[in-house]
Design a protein around this ligand. Sequence first.
Ligand code: NAD
Length: 433
Amino acid sequence: MRNICVIGVGYVGLVTGTCFADLGHQVSCVDVDEAKIQKLQSGVMPIYEPGLEEMVRRNAQAGRLHFTTCYEEALKDAEFAFIAVGTPQGSGGEADLKYVRAAARGIGEVMEHPLIIINKSTVPIGTGDWVSDIVKRFQHEPIDFAVVSNPEFLREGAAINDFMFPDRIVLGSLEPDAAAQVAQLYLSLRAPIMLTDLRTAEMIKYASNAFLATRISFINEIAGICEALGADVKEVAAGMGYDKRIGRHFLDAGIGYGGSCFPKDVQALAHMASVHGCHPQLLRAVMDINRDQRRQVVHKLREVLGNLDEKVIGVLGLAFKPNTDDMREAPSVELIHLLQSEGACIRAYDPVAIPNANLYLHDVSLCEDAYEVAEDADALVVVTEWNEFKHLSLSRLKAIMRQPIIVDGRNLYDPEIMRDLGFVYRGVGRGYA
Ligand code: NAD
């Protein structure tokens, strides 16, 4: 059993702290958001993540998991301090490191014994060295510490499983002893552990996200060509995916990637590249194609409805992907803004993200279910591929819509079945040109 402190209890920090507690460690989580900490202290989850509530409750009751707003308390007995604060996009496209800076300062100010500081947040290459400088600057007296980069690869919606069964653990440090001690924390997970230097570890995270985003934009570009030439991108992706060199993952054409990571991370990597004299042409194309996918939906709606002014458009799904309530950079937000700017009236439903909707949207009528969204709608747009949308009664939808038009941004439905049912149906890259 080791003593661990986790700084920041968002999607990554809360899952990390809870899973380490579940592995038998003593974990203290600290966050500056008092409301969040109060909720967690009383067993209420500040985020939606399948399986998390039960795991938090179980480990808190066992006395292995604590929540506080006080750095001193959280770091009192800690041997390891994981930084898991947000690194949102800054105004120029760079990663904004103000929360990382505050966390590093907080550690420096209160540390009283040697510590291993592990950076789990996604941070620009070189941040490990910078964190080290900040900690030193705010220490009251020199105390030994080491910095290790341990980028996180979990996916919201499957976060516990991803933490417990990772594809790999990446640890970067200039101090092999410190990295080896962090590796011990993960040993029971039996995952491959890759030891490297700080900068390389930081780069592995950006390169991984940029590569996955590139696959999405690649297949979306192919989808556009399929539409123009009469091929079906779903089958193209399936056919490509059989090739072991290619694989099937991240080849679903659709409305584009979103969420709290891909958009900001691709942008931050491109920014880093540019300011260091590189020309990230591929990354720029990835971002361009992604932006276009939202516009394509508007274009398809205009094609079938003409003018969108005062048309009622129903939006199915607000979260950036299924099984999360996270709406940061969700395609739904950009799409709804585009539609509203054309005068459309928006109705929307999401199985779990509705409580977050007012933070990102205005003048949207939020509904209890998909059928309420469809009632008297001129068109429906599928934005998030929630399972429950796959099982809707399509004939019931058709009966209650004003016009039977569906733009399917996630290719959930079969174009032939939809046409047989009498829908005007537009998927992504499904060769109806
Ligand atoms: P989040 O916004 O959900 O959570 C961040 C938390 O940090 C918030 O609760 C905030 O109050 C807290 N915080 C901010 N400043 C603080 C401070 N000085 N001290 C203590 N707490 C502070 O963020 P997230 O989605 O968990 O992401 C965290 C990091 O992990 C980011 O760098 C992100 O890119 C990366 N990441 C996220 C995911 C994901 O799926 N969300 C996956 C892999 C990596």
